[in-house]
Design a protein around this ligand. Structure first.
Ligand code: GLN
Length: 240
């Protein structure tokens, strides 16, 4: 197995990385190492040149001001991100970048922040902030546990599927009972927390897709997830 490496790219860590979203990169890195892979972690910030070889892309949340700051740069790399999504590169984008992977985010102040339209979603800022613990049920990943804090409410078009159904909390919006969106191997979600430490099935999905794209097949010895399972039990009993 030696010599096999996976490159993780984190988008805009300087401006889009709140509520511990960097933890998602750390989880992918550690699990990949446990599975026997070498890991390169790259950061892409405003003005950087986009790397040629990327196996997993991770993006975090941010304040509306952070979203405005990265908007033009994100539009400039949008075509490359879409190309990678169509090549089945796995990506996980949380909250602020989830919104901007969609068509637009119209903030509560009426400002329109354009997105790259990789996900068929639209987001409208509302006066009520949706804050608190969240539990989502999904067919593929079981229960997904996290924490949300957003003013934007997101509505899904026909070209995406929701990540799952809300059991606790709000998720995409206060009306639809859905959370997140999925297109190919791209997952958008409102869940901070960070999401991956408490949801190893989701982490292993991204890893499996990345390794399979690069090396044809992903063989794995199971990782002892006892501590995670204990943490999930406690987290799932938290009140909203
Ligand atoms: N600024 C966006 C909103 O409030 C995203 C928030 C976030 O990333 N936590 O909806």
């Amino acid at each position: 197995m030696t010599g096999r490496s996976i490159t993780i790219l984190q988008l805009y860590p300087l401006d889009m990385n709140i509520y511990g979203d960097y933890g998602n990169v750390l989880v992918l890195k550690r699990r990949l190492q446990w599975y026997g892979y070498e890991v390169n972690v790259l950061a892409y910030n405003v003005g950087d040149s986009f790397p040629d070889d990327v196996d997993i892309i991770i993006g975090g949340g941010g304040q509306d001001s952070g979203q405005v700051k990265i908007q033009a740069d994100l539009m400039s790399i949008g075509p490359r991100l879409k190309q990678l999504a169509d090549q089945n590169v796995p990506m996980l984008v949380i909250c602020g970048l989830y919104q901007l992977f969609g068509k637009f985010f119209k903030t509560a102040d009426g400002e329109v922040i354009q997105g790259i339209g990789l996900l068929d979603i639209e987001t409208y800022g509302k006066s009520e902030r949706l804050i608190g613990n969240v539990i989502v049920t999904s067919e593929q990943f079981g229960d997904i546990i996290g924490y949300e804090n957003h003013s934007g409410q997101t509505y899904l078009g026909d070209d995406v599927k929701p990540l799952g159904e809300i059991q606790l909390g709000a998720g995409n919006n206060t009306e639809s009972n859905t959370e997140g969106a999925r297109y190919n191997n791209v997952i958008g979600s409102y869940l901070h927390g960070s999401i991956l430490p408490k949801n190893p099935k989701l982490a292993d999905f991204l890893i499996d897709r990345a390794v399979t794209n690069k090396y044809g097949v992903f063989y794995s010895e199971p990782i002892g997830d006892n501590f995670v399972n204990e943490a999930r039990k406690i987290a799932s009993k938290r009140p909203r």
